[in-house]
Design a protein around this ligand. Structure first.
Ligand SMILES: [Zn+2]
Length: 255
């Protein structure tokens, strides 16, 4: 039997017999857990419902341990969530996060466009199944954003974030806060990426696209960019102002 406690938001993820809970407070949930086989702390934490991606620190007593730690009976384990914003070099990661590149699944499909709108690389396709998503996350070193707890438990998922809200703007807020994403106000990062296919946009002259523009666009706009993949033309129209307002309210810009 080990004594185990989960702190912060992690306690909401724990699936365990409520009758066996020893202590439950705003900060943590505490219970005893029988060890019936040789198991790493990672296996135990995930068996209790918490994906490895959500864990920021584990201790046995006062001693920091990692996921490979083999738990003996009488251990006194504390499991903590990530600090916010996330430390990209967290010691529990198999490798540090070098770039904030994402992958989303259908459960948070609408979030994809908002992330791309910020100029961040976010892979998504509605036909991808869980195997494919895990493979891409692993091979392209992407951070998985999903509402699917089981998908986050996969070994190939090196980093991820369980998204809570079902509203895409609130989801964006969660991601921005959790990863501490910041974009300078004076950069052109907004609208630097195709919202449909994730490709980096190419700047084009008005002359190159003028034959495809509606009369009003032709009259009021002079800067254009083009997606090299789907050929869609982008310009800073009213929807961009609307988006900038949303982003301002998310405090996403550096002052
Ligand atoms: Zn495109």
């Amino acid at each position: 039997m080990i004594r185990i406690e989960f702190w912060g938001q992690l306690k909401e993820l724990v699936k365990y017999d409520a009758k066996k809970i020893i202590k439950q407070s705003k900060q943590k949930i505490v219970f005893d857990y029988p060890i019936t086989r040789r198991a790493s702390i990672k296996d135990i934490i995930e068996a209790l419902g918490v994906p490895h991606t959500e864990v920021g620190e584990i201790k046995n007593g006062q001693k920091k341990i990692d996921f490979k730690y083999i738990v003996s009976s009488k251990a006194n384990i504390s499991v903590f969530p990530h600090e916010i914003p996330l430390n990209p070099n967290n010691y529990l990661f198999e490798e540090p996060i070098e770039e904030y590149k994402f992958i989303t699944d259908v459960n948070v499909g609408k979030l994809t466009k908002y992330i791309r709108l910020l100029g961040f690389d976010c892979a998504y396709h509605w036909t991808w199944d869980d195997d494919k998503i895990a493979d891409i996350a692993y091979s392209e070193k992407r951070i998985l954003l999903t509402k699917d707890v089981q998908l986050l438990k996969r070994k190939k998922v090196l980093w991820g974030k369980l998204v809570k809200s079902s509203n895409p703007i609130e989801q964006l807020q969660e991601i921005v806060t959790f990863f501490g994403l910041k974009i300078a106000k004076d950069t052109n990062k907004i609208l630097s990426r195709c919202l449909i296919c994730n490709e980096k946009l190419l700047e084009v002259s008005k002359q190159e696209v003028i034959h495809r523009l509606a009369p009003k666009t032709k009259k009021y706009f002079n800067k254009f960019s083009l997606c090299p993949k789907c050929n869609k033309i982008y310009w800073a129209g009213s929807h961009v102002d609307k988006m900038k307002n949303i982003l301002n309210s998310l405090k996403i810009f550096i002052k």
